[in-house]
Structures are given as C-alpha cells and as structure tokens.
Write a protein that binds this ligand. Structure first.
Ligand code: PRT
Ligand code: ZN
Length: 298
C-alpha cells in the first residue's frame, strides 16, 4: 500500500530526454535544485522527488512502484511491456504524450538492398536493441524475422555480416545515411510519455497529481493556441472573428478615438498562418498582432 507523501518521478539522467523532461517539470511549477552528480533531487517548492536514471530503467522503476511516475520514450516503454507481457501484466499506465523526443523505430538495410515489400523480409536477420518489438512486428506480419540483440552500434551489423538488416531509432535519417543504409519500414512512431504506476496514491498526493496533469494539459494547449489582437469596424466584427477558430467568445473593447471601430482580443485553438492574417486584413481588420501563450487553465 502506497503511503508516500511525496511523488517520486524517474527521469533520464543524461541523454536526449533529460533537458526536455526537466523543462516540463519547471513549466508545471516544480523547481529542482540540480547538482550534476546527484542521482536524487528533492523539490523545495513541491511534494516531488526526482530520481535520475538510465532511460531503460524508468519502466522498471515505475512498474515495481519504486517510482510513482516516469518520463520515457514510447520505444523503451513498448520494448519493456512486450518483454514483461511474456511473463506477467505490467503495472504501468501511459498518462500523457509529451510532444518531445520524437523519433521512429525503423527497419533499414544497405543502400544496394532491393526492397520488394514487407513480405520479402521473411526470415531475415535483424540487428536491434529492440528484440521484443521486432518479434511482435514479425508475428504481426507473419515474417519469422530473426532478431540479433545488440545494445549499441547497430548500424555496423550488416557491413560485418552479423545481420541482413537493422532496426533502430531514426530522427533526421543522417546516421543511416552515414552508414550507407536506407530506411525500409517504420515499425513504431515514438515520443516521450508520462507514465504512472497503478499503485494507489495517498489521497492528498492524488489531488496534487491531478493538478499537475491539468497543468500539463494547459501547457500543451497553450503551445497550440495563439492570442490574436486587432482593430475592426463594428459591422465587420462577426465576419472577421469567424475567420479565426476561436477558443471563447472574443473580448471586444471600445477605442477612445473611434466610434465605428473596436479592438478585438481572441484566443485561437490553432496556429495562425499568414494566409489567415491576409484574410483578416481583406475583411478590414487592422493593427493585427499574433502572440504566443505561455500558460492556460480552462
Ligand atoms: O544512457 P541512457 O540509456 O539513458 O540513454 P540512451 O543512450 O539509451 O538514450 P538516448 O539519450 O540516446 O535517447 C533517449 C530517447 O530519446 C530514446 O529512447 C528515444 O525515445 C528518444 N530519441 C529521439 C532518440 C532519437 N530521437 C535518436 N535519434 N534516441 C536515439 N536516437 C539515436 C538513434 O539510436 C541513432 O543512433 O540517434 C541516431 C539517429 O538519429 P538521426 O537524427 O541521425 O536519424
Ligand atoms: Zn537507454
């Protein structure tokens, strides 16, 4: 039974997810006094402790309940869950996708490989750090792929004749290119996710956690929204505001120097492109400003 009075969250100690994970915590009001060597950090302004670990250990720590929460790539989580599911059910739920650490787990082969569709890969040797994900993919397509599990430098395996193809993470594709490899097929799209142990939290802590989720949602929503301000003739107001996918009713403010025109403030749900601004102008809006929004709470 969970009796902790502070949330314990596992994040990557160093690597691609570290700084975005810390930035996320900061953006939802959790300050961390970090020291480079420390594996543990106690927030002074929130009931939260951070454990800094290798990303591969994050699902393990959350699954066992040692940590309540974790931030990890879907690629790592999927590999862990598939390995675990061969034995038992996991105690992990994915709470939110976080919009960073985006990449794809892909099959790739030497440039001179003739790819004739997924079925043509039947029986091939695949070097990968994701043997369980490969097995799952292989079963899904009835392929009998043979996974060769290696923990790093997967890209060199075909040139050493250790494997026919590889399965590795790709973001820009530069690493594949540098090793004369080409991407054949995406196995999994991935981004960082917030995961939670199914352990029951102390009721006060559960309330605090719910507030954190609302803040994450607010921060995510704010990223997509824009605050738009402009002047408009009163009679054109309806036509103009319809051009913007508005979040709420616009705020309409009288202008001191004009009886015909008003100032309009409106929050849009989507990005505002030049095209929309040009349409606004055509509909007689003027002094148009588009501003980013930092935080939102509905
Ligand atoms: O030490 P620790 O075990 O914690 O770190 P790690 O070395 O296992 O992971 P790290 O820091 O490299 O990546 C952490 C997570 O970031 C991954 O699990 C993914 O969820 C995510 N991520 C996003 C990536 C990439 N993009 C990525 N491009 N992880 C790795 N790569 C590597 C890939 O393996 C390949 O070597 O980058 C190379 C390909 O990149 P491009 O841009 O050349 O295509
Ligand atoms: Zn790792």
């Amino acid at each position: 039974m969970q009796t902790r009075k502070r949330l314990r969250i596992a994040i990557q100690k160093k690597g691609r997810l570290n700084s975005d994970s810390l930035a996320l915590l900061k953006s939802i009001g959790i300050n961390m006094q970090l020291s480079k060597s420390s594996l543990y950090c106690h927030s002074a302004n929130a009931p939260v402790d951070c454990l800094f670990v290798r990303d591969d250990d994050i699902p393990v720590l959350v699954n066992s309940g040692v940590c309540d929460l974790g931030i990890v790539g879907e690629n790592v989580l999927t590999e862990f869950s598939l390995a675990q599911n061969n034995k038992e059910k996991t105690n992990i739920v994915t709470e939110r996708t976080l919009g960073f650490g985006k990449c794809r787990l892909s099959l790739a082969a030497p440039n001179d490989f003739e790819f004739k569709g997924i079925q043509s890969l039947n029986g091939m040797r695949v070097a990968t750090s994701y043997p369980n994900t490969i097995k799952d993919f292989s079963d899904q397509y009835n392929l009998s792929l043979r996974a060769l599990s290696i923990s790093g430098s997967v890209e060199i395996a075909p040139s050493l004749d250790m494997s026919d193809i590889i399965c590795d993470l790709v973001s820009t594709g530069r690493t594949l290119e540098e090793h004369n490899l080409k991407e054949l097929q995406v196995v999994l799209n991935s981004e960082a996710v917030l995961i939670k142990s199914t352990n029951i939290l102390d009721s006060e802590l559960q309330q605090f956690y719910q507030r954190l989720l609302d803040r994450i949602d607010g921060a995510n929503q704010a990223k997509e929204c824009k605050y738009v301000m402009f002047h408009a003739p009163k009679e054109a107001l309806k036509e103009i505001t319809q051009l913007l996918p508005g979040h709420e009713e616009p705020t309409v403010i009288p202008l001191s120097h004009s009886n015909d025109k008003v100032a309009v403030h409106i929050v849009t749900k989507e990005g505002v492109f030049w095209q929309t601004l040009e349409q606004l102008k055509k509909a007689r809006a003027s002094s148009i400003l588009v501003l980013p929004i930092e935080k939102m709470l509905a």
